[in-house]
Design a protein. Structure first.
Length: 87
């Protein structure tokens, strides 16, 4: 168990997963960083930000690639520019 410093409360994380194409590249000269760009990254971010702490929220595209997993439907999430996506 990892605790938040000075608060002694457990750290809680959310994870969002989406499957699709991305573009990658190194950005910067003084401090180069490897970055991912594209709609897939934005949707995964939306999966994370609308998820519950302590849970992994995955898109339907990811679920379809892993049918052996025990998925629990969440009723979907509203994604800007895409409407409601099944999760």
């Amino acid at each position: 168990e990892v605790l938040v410093p000075r608060q002694n409360t457990p750290v809680q994380i959310r994870i969002g997963v989406h499957t699709g194409d991305v573009t990658t590249g190194v950005v910067g000269h003084k401090m180069p960083r490897f970055c991912l760009f594209g709609d897939t990254v934005n949707v995964a971010s939306r999966m994370e930000s609308t998820g519950k702490a302590g849970h992994i929220q995955a898109s339907e595209a990811t679920r379809d690639l892993l049918p052996q997993e025990d998925w629990v439907a969440t009723g979907g999430v509203e994604v800007k520019g895409k409407g409601t996506m099944k999760t």
